[in-house]
Design a protein around this ligand. Structure first.
Ligand code: PMP
Length: 285
């Protein structure tokens, strides 16, 4: 079935939505994006995604072409028009089309804004949550402003392929002996009863799911430490997990072929996943 997508103010059949070959998203990866989950036809943490979008645009001196209210309406209209029950909404904003030049185009060049849906039946019932996923460690070769959610995803894409070639699900990236994050998720270990995840900074994306999960963890009296952790700490941890808008909380049971803890899904990740899904459903819009 052909989807209805959104492009620059219009709802169009996906085959009719066309973007210029001069678009700076295409030529320079000069664009930012967000992915928002839909459960039961409602948006999870829309506010968090809209706020981070505004921040990414601001960091790149791009004008935000849409208000938060209109953005919410477009998300809801796409859910409605495409009959999405469980799934994802992808949003991308680029600096627009202009003759190729490294310098930003003149002020007033219209941004390109695109949104489309991806149906994912049973998004919250991912069978991997029962078994956990396996990851490998790879060098973090990305640029230095990973806190800006840009569309330059080639290295994360290469990381996913390295994981696939190694017969595992994903890769955690390493810089100076410390884990930064997963290719498309934030990384955590549980050690001595504490949840440890890298502190915020330019080195990682400030995950919307991360913020929610750490809040729920603290509200549930779990101890949280936001600091860099080493590869050796991962190998010696009791548990590990990742968070992202589409995976929620997903246990990690193996790192570079070494079982983490018992090698089975642990109680902290399981509990946090339950809380996150329940609370997110309750506050979905
Ligand atoms: N880190 C990276 C590098 C990511 O690409 C993502 C997901 N886009 C995340 C973390 C998780 O962010 P969120 O919880 O907002 O999906």
């Amino acid at each position: 079935m052909s989807r209805t997508v959104y492009l620059n103010g219009e709802y169009l059949p996906e085959s009719e939505a066309k973007v210029s070959i001069f678009d700076r998203g295409f030529l320079f990866a000069d664009g930012v994006y967000e992915v928002t989950s839909v459960l039961g036809g409602k948006l999870l943490d829309f506010d968090g995604h809209a706020t981070r979008l505004a921040r990414s645009l601001n960091e790149l001196e791009m004008t935000n072409p849409i208000t938060k209210e209109d953005l919410l309406e477009v998300h809801r209209e796409l859910v409605r028009r495409n009959g999405i029950d469980d799934g994802l909404i992808y949003l991308q904003i680029t600096r627009g089309a202009a003759d190729r030049d490294f310098a930003y185009p003149v002020e007033g060049t219209p941004a390109t804004i695109v949104l489309f849906t991806q149906a994912k039946t049973g998004l919250a019932d991912n069978p991997l949550a029962k078994t956990g996923i396996k990851v490998i460690g790879i060098e973090d070769l990305r640029w230095g402003r990973r806190d800006i959610k840009t569309v330059q995803l080639l290295y994360p894409s290469m990381g996913k392929m390295m994981a696939k070639a190694a017969g595992v699900h994903d890769a955690w990236m390493i810089e100076d002996g410390h884990i930064t994050e997963g290719t498309s998720n934030n990384a955590y270990i549980v050690t001595d009863g504490k949840i440890v995840t890298r502190h915020l900074g330019h080195e990682i994306l400030h995950g919307i799911t991360r913020a929610a999960v750490l809040r729920f963890a603290r509200e549930s009296q779990m101890e949280v430490e936001e600091r860099a952790f080493t590869v050796d700490e991962v190998k010696a941890a009791d548990e590990a997990f990742i968070t992202s808008a589409s995976m929620f909380v997903m246990p990690v049971v193996e790192f570079d072929g070494i079982a983490i803890g018992t090698g089975a899904v642990g109680p902290v990740a399981t509990r946090l996943r339950e809380i996150y899904i329940e609370e997110s459903r309750n506050s979905a819009v």
